[in-house]
Design a protein around this ligand. Structure first.
Ligand code: HEC
Length: 207
């Protein structure tokens, strides 16, 4: 459910962004007739797209998307951009319209940055007495927000780790590469040996 929303949301935001870049280009190039025509033709689709991305965004938040500073800045950008865009294009004010499009692009970029930021910092496991303990340390710090302490919580569309059908290798690959809302953890964040330790810890959920 969450993952479907995420894809729909991303697609709608991208369409919205492209639509406004086209409008800005027409405005900047002084093609006011074409701009008026384009605006008229795209009026209804634009309403559907904007409603769609706001609705999917709110819906994802209700489904347990994680809040952080980047998301808050992203929201401020987008809610500033929309009125600026409306006024900027209505009054053919190039500066305002450009600012609005920059803000839309910025909020899109922030959403992408958010993905890598979620991996957080490297966890020092040198004090752990065993690999299993090291795995638990990493899990409790980096994974628990989405997967829950029993591995079964599904925040942000996270999969139930106690019921995974993936092989060990596939699980490792998923942790390294990420998927949908699942962040990608490079070996700078989780070393090879720590990755083995986390996998060992995930195994305890199955019992
Ligand atoms: C921001 C939320 C989030 C965090 C943090 C997170 N995950 Fe995930 N995880 C997900 C989501 C969402 C999926 C499902 C991806 C998909 O297949 O669509 C997932 C899937 C997985 C899977 C594959 C399960 C399956 O059966 O497909 C594994 C393994 C996994 N996560 C391990 C981890 C580990 C280990 C950590 C911590 C190092 C972690 N995750 C941190 C959200 C998260």
């Amino acid at each position: 459910m969450y993952t479907g929303l995420l894809h729909t949301h991303k697609l709608l935001v991208l369409l919205f962004l492209i639509h406004y870049v086209v409008k800005l280009l027409l405005l900047q190039l002084g093609k006011s007739e074409q701009l008026a025509k384009y605006t008229k033709v795209t009026k209804v689709p634009e309403m559907i797209i904007s409603f769609g991305f706001l609705a999917t965004g709110v819906w994802m938040m209700l489904q347990g998307a994680l809040f952080n500073n980047l998301i808050v800045i992203k929201l401020i950008c987008i809610f500033t951009a929309i009125p600026l865009a409306v006024i900027g294009f209505k009054k053919s004010n190039k500066a305002l319209a450009t600012l609005a499009v920059i803000l839309i692009i910025a909020s899109y970029g922030l959403a992408e940055m958010n993905r890598s930021k979620k991996t957080g910092k490297k966890i020092d496991t040198s004090a752990a007495a065993s690999p299993l303990e090291a795995g638990k340390m990493i899990y409790e710090n980096s994974c628990v927000n989405c997967h829950g302490s029993d591995g079964k919580t599904g925040n942000s569309g996270a999969k139930n780790l106690a019921a995974t059908t993936l092989t060990i290798e596939e699980q490792k690959e998923r942790i390294r590469k990420g998927k949908n809302a699942m962040p990608a953890y490079s070996d700078e964040i989780i070393s090879e040996s720590d990755l083995d330790a986390v996998i060992e810890y995930l195994g305890t959920f199955k019992q």
